[in-house]
Design a protein around this ligand. Structure first.
Ligand SMILES: CC/C=C\C=C\CC(=O)SCCNC(=O)CCNC(=O)[C@H](O)C(C)(C)COP(=O)(O)OP(=O)(O)OC[C@H]1O[C@@H](n2cnc3c(N)ncnc32)[C@H](O)[C@@H]1OP(=O)(O)O
Length: 275
C-alpha cells in the first residue's frame, strides 16, 4: 500500500485505528476520472480488503468535489475505437465496459464496509460509485446528478441497477431520465444518504466516529452482515435465508461470539482479533 497512484490516495486514520481513508485524488479536474482509475481502484480496494489492519474504508474526494464524473477527455478515448472489423471493435468496447463495471463492483466484493463521504459535486460516474458503497453521508452543499443522459449515454456502470433499490424505482427513473441536479438535503429525503452534515469538517469527523464504531465491532459479523445483505438484495427471501444459514453454520461459532457475550456480561469493551 506504499505504492503511488495517479487517481487515489490512501491515509490511515491513526496507528491504532482500523479506519482507512481512500481519497479520490484529481482535484485539479474536480476529481473527474479516466481509464487509469478503473485499473487502480479495484487493485487498491483488494489490497485494503486483504490487509488485516483495515476494518472500514471511508471513500472521499480531495479538493472541492467528491467526483465530477467521467473525465470527458478520456470518454472519447474509450468510445473512439474504429479500427478493424465492426464485430471485433464492438466486442472490444463491450469488454472495456465490463472491466469498468467490475472496477465499481469491487466495492461490493470488498469484504470490509466502504462508506462514502460526499462533498461538492457527485455526478455521473460519482453516482455509480456511491450507489455501490455500503453507507453514504454528505455535506449540506453536496449536489448530485445522474448526468449520463445529458451526454447521450445510457448509464452503464451500476447506477441504473443499484439506485432503484436505494431510492425506489419511480424516483430512480425520474432522476435518471431528467439528469436534474439535486441537493444533499434531497438526497437524504430520498434515502440516498443516511445523514447530511453541515460542513466538510463535520462530515469528516462524523464519518470517522461512525467508521471507528463499526471498526470496533466483531469483524466476522461485520463482513457477514455486508455479504448477506448484498446477496439477499439480489435473490428471493428463501434463497437469502438459505445463504445466511450456510454462512452462519460455518462462521457463527467463533472467538468473536465468546468475547462479545463475555464482554457484555462483564460490562467491558470487547476486543476482537483482526480479520
Ligand atoms: C463508458 C462510460 C462510462 C462512464 C460514464 C460516466 C458518465 C458521467 O460521468 S456523466 C458526468 C460527466 N461530468 C460532467 O459533465 C461534469 C462537468 N463539470 C462540471 O459540471 C463542473 O466542472 C463541476 C464538476 C460541477 C465543477 O465546477 P466548478 O467547481 O465550478 O469548477 P470548474 O472550473 O467547472 O472545473 C474545475 C476543473 O475541473 C475540470 N473538470 C470538471 N469536470 C470535468 C470532467 N468531467 N472531465 C474533465 N474535466 C473536468 C474543468 O474542466 C476545470 O478544469 P480547467 O483545466 O480549469 O478547465
Amino acid at each position: 500500500m506504499e505504492e503511488k497512484y495517479e487517481t487515489l490516495k490512501i491515509q490511515h486514520e491513526s496507528p491504532n485505528s482500523g479506519v482507512f481513508n481512500l481519497i479520490i485524488n484529481r482535484p485539479s479536474v474536480s476529481n473527474a476520472l479516466g481509464l487509469n482509475f478503473f485499473s487502480e481502484f479495484p487493485k487498491v480496494l483488494n489490497a485494503l480488503d486483504q490487509n488485516p489492519i483495515v476494518a472500514v474504508i471511508v471513500l472521499s474526494g480531495s479538493g472541492n468535489h467528491f467526483c465530477g464524473g467521467i473525465d470527458l477527455k478520456s470518454l472519447a478515448a474509450i468510445a473512439d475505437d474504429n479500427s478493424g472489423d465492426q464485430g471485433r471493435t464492438r466486442e472490444r468496447l463491450r469488454r472495456k465496459i465490463k472491466l469498468m463495471q467490475d472496477a465499481i463492483t469491487a466495492i461490493e466484493r470488498c469484504r470490509k464496509p466502504v462508506i462514502a463521504a460526499i462533498h461538492g459535486a457527485c455526478l455521473g460516474l460519482g453516482i455509480n460509485i456511491v450507489t455501490a458503497c455500503d453507507i453514504r453521508y454528505c455535506t449540506k452543499d453536496a449536489f448530485f446528478s445522474v448526468k449520463e443522459v445529458d451526454l447521450a449515454i445510457t448509464a452503464d456502470l451500476g447506477t441504473l441497477q443499484r439506485l432503484p433499490g436505494i431510492v425506489g424505482f419511480g424516483k430512480a427513473m425520474e432522476l435518471s431520465l431528467t439528469g436534474r441536479r439535486f441537493s444533499g438535503d434531497e438526497a437524504k429525503e430520498l434515502g440516498l444518504v443516511s445523514r447530511v452534515f453541515g460542513s466538510r469538517e463535520e462530515l469528516k469527523e462524523g464519518v470517522r466516529t461512525i467508521a471507528e464504531g463499526i471498526g470496533g465491532k466483531p469483524p466476522l459479523a461485520v463482513v457477514g452482515t455486508k455479504a448477506v445483505l448484498i446477496r439477499s438484495r439480489d435473490v428471493n427471501v428463501e434463497q437469502g435465508l438459505d445463504y445466511v444459514a450456510t454462512w452462519n453454520s460455518s462462521m457463527l461459532l467463533s472467538e468473536d461470539l465468546t468475547e462479545a457475550i463475555s464482554a457484555q456480561k462483564q460490562k467491558r469493551k470487547p476486543t476482537f482479533a483482526k480479520l
